[in-house]
Ligand binder design. Structure first.
Ligand code: SF4
Length: 321
């Protein structure tokens, strides 16, 4: 059965984000990507942390878990390891993933599970009234801050590249077509994919607004706004690593590109490498029956109803493998 984007809407659930919030665009981008990839709701799990972004799984008709602050990735990785047949999408805010969850971000990169992680990057902790998040730039003073921010920002693209994510991209919540195409590429990528999604927060971030990204303060000679966002793919940028000898250079180029900000902000794929084995492949090399009988398909209780996990088959197979 071919599903439409509307099949991924949750009936009778009211998405209670503020009017104009970029979260709506991200929700639409996810629904479009799932439909266009021909996926069905039972094949997908969305896992979120705490923050306005945490409500994304409430509003998309797939399996969903709304977890703890900063723990999005461990939950998502556990689900993927338990059932590698699922498409797992971890989703969270910049504070959730790059503040309290930063250790998990780095260690997820080491594992390279075949799943996708999307960060809603709006520079503030919107749910708790707009404090500075780890991606707010030094010297900016959004409307909840009594003084300008005195911390340097985390550059999530650079951190993802050096942490070992094998697909690293950026998109924009109000360009739903670009976002949906980027999500599709991330899901199709064999390995851990990261998308930094720029997302205006109209309630608390009065600096990097929709009008700012659109360049409404930056008019050309004809009085037309000059968008700050430009697409890497339309500028001949090649993020792909075809052989290991190219890897370091591609990483350095991606890190350099990620420094661009201000009047020109790149969106698109910065780095992609499918040469690195996934965690699932490494597990299968160690446990040959892992994909056929992953933990989710193991027995949880015996005939008499007592809960137990039967490890005997595992142990026997380990002895002979
Ligand atoms: Fe969106 Fe900001 Fe409102 Fe949260 S506070 S729902 S991020 S506009």
């Amino acid at each position: 059965m071919v599903l439409k984007r509307s099949d991924f809407r949750v009936p009778d659930v009211y998405a209670d984000w503020c009017p104009g919030c970029g979260d709506f665009g991200i929700m639409n981008g996810l629904q479009m990507a799932f439909a266009e990839l021909g996926l069905e709701p039972h094949q997908i799990v969305m896992v979120s942390g705490i923050g306005c972004s945490g409500k994304e799984p409430h509003n998309v008709k797939v399996y969903g878990v709304h977890t703890l602050h900063g723990r999005t990735l461990p939950f998502a990785m556990g689900i993927k390891v338990a059932n590698p047949a699922l498409e797992v999408i971890a989703i969270g805010g910049d504070g959730d993933g790059l503040g309290i969850g930063a250790g998990h971000f780095v260690n997820a990169g080491r594992r390279n599970l075949d799943m996708t992680y999307i960060i809603h990057n709006n520079g503030v902790y919107g749910l708790t009234k707009g404090q500075a998040s780890p991606t707010l730039r030094l010297g900016l003073q959004t409307k909840s801050l009594p003084k300008p921010n005195i911390n340097e920002a985390v550059n999530s693209i650079q951190l993802a590249v050096v942490s070992g994510f094998t697909f690293v991209a950026r998109s924009y919540a109000y360009d739903v077509r670009h976002l949906s195409d980027t999500i599709k590429k991330a899901i199709q990528h064999k390995g851990l994919a990261f998308i930094d999604c720029l997302q205006p927060c109209p309630s608390y971030n009065n600096i990097t607004t929709k009008a700012w990204y659109a360049g409404e303060d930056k008019l050309d000679d004809n009085g037309k706004p000059q968008s700050r966002l430009y697409k890497l793919e339309q500028n001949g940028f090649n993020p792909d690593v075809h052989e290991w000898s190219e890897d370091l250079e591609k990483k350095v180029v991606a890190i350099r590109k990620a420094r661009e900000w201000g009047d020109r902000i790149p969106i698109g794929v910065f780095y992609r490498n499918e040469l690195e084995p996934t965690f699932e492949k490494r597990l299968t090399d160690r446990i040959p029956f892992y994909r056929e009988r992953p933990p989710a398909k193991q027995k949880l209780y015996s005939e008499n109803g007592l809960s137990h996990v039967d490890l005997s088959e595992f142990m026997e197979d380990l002895k002979t493998s």
